[in-house]
Design a protein around this ligand. Structure first.
Ligand code: 76R
Length: 278
């Protein structure tokens, strides 16, 4: 997480030197407030809200993803990302200030930023890992694997810092911590030990390539949990499969603590509102 500062200090700014701000926010409809409105007012309000949550209004964040939340925790959710945290928050405020805003209650939110985890190997570290795993430097297979990683690395970087969202129908968000208990404190383990467990974690994650995509955003210093886990799945059943699988990884089994899960289904703004308002 910590990168040494090189060169002159940057100008004071809200914009990260790399990466984006991210907010997950969930809203519930207040049916009592809605019942006080007549049908044309609700319909006009729905149009206005649809415009906002489709992310097409002026100054909208770079990424706006509406989804239908299953269960009682909320009716719909938004995942918002932008270099500027105020641009992210402006969209949330636009929702609340819209004509239906008084009939919407935010029930949960999580604010975080993107980063490249300290456990993602650089090309040099990857090369060293290949040798450690028994590849001989300069061999054909060593060069092939290294080249493949060289090609993949910038794409992975982009996807971690300024992601494109996959075109998949299901998503799940939950915040998590790593334990800080006497005798079981993630943060008092040395780096090689954490790196060993995160490498095991990454290997089990890669078994879900093509089925699940993950985005880890960091809440440390911003919100009540250390990380936000966003999973997108080709099918909701893979959400269950991956989370179950990872419960057996040492990094999760021994050290992870989880907050509430928000599972939701990605739809256009129009469909989300049609679902919620009937
Ligand atoms: O970024 C990378 O792909 C490199 C490898 C990798 C890192 C560094 C990786 C891979 N993860 C990393 C970091 Mn992950 N991840 C979770 C959860 O439910 C649980 O038990 C844990 C929640 C899931 C489901 C998941 C999925 N990962 C992290 C971190 C940050 C740790 C830090 O920086 O200290 C957390 C909290 C975390 C948690 N992980 C993968 C996945 C998947 C599917 C992969 C494979 C890579 C991919 O296809 O995207």
């Amino acid at each position: 997480m910590n990168r040494p500062q090189t060169g002159p200090l940057p100008e004071p700014s809200l914009i990260p030197q790399e990466g984006w701000h991210c907010t997950h926010v969930y809203y519930e409809l207040d049916r009592a407030a809605l019942s006080q409105m007549d049908t044309p007012a609700i319909s006009a309000g729905r149009d206005a809200l649809g415009n906002i949550i489709s992310g097409t209004i002026d100054g909208a964040p770079e990424r706006v993803q509406p989804s239908i939340v299953s269960g009682h925790k909320a009716d719909f959710g938004l995942m918002l990302m932008d270099p500027c945290p105020l641009s992210v928050d402006r969209l949330h405020q636009a929702v609340l200030q819209s004509p239906l805003g008084h009939a919407l209650t935010p029930t949960y939110s999580f604010i975080s930023v993107t980063e490249i985890s300290e456990y993602v190997p650089t090309v040099e570290q990857y090369a060293a890992r290949l040798v450690q795993e028994g590849e001989s430097e300069g061999s054909e297979s060593y060069e092939a694997k290294l080249n493949a990683y060289k090609q993949r690395e910038p794409i992975m970087r982009k996807q971690r810092l300024t992601p494109d969202f996959p075109e998949w129908p299901a998503t799940c968000f939950y915040p998590m911590n790593k334990k800080r208990k006497v005798g079981e404190n993630w943060f008092s383990l040395d780096y090689p030990e954490r790196n060993r467990m995160m490498a095991e974690h990454a290997r089990s994650g890669m078994e879900f390539a093509g089925k699940v995509q993950q985005l880890i955003t960091v809440g440390v210093g911003f919100d009540d949990w250390e990380w936000g886990v966003t999973l997108w799945a080709r099918n909701p059943e893979y959400l269950k499969d991956i989370v179950y699988r990872m419960r057996f990884d040492e990094a999760s089994a021994r050290y992870a603590e989880f907050g509430p899960f928000y599972t939701s289904y990605i739809e256009s703004a129009e469909n989300v509102l049609a679902h919620c308002f009937g």
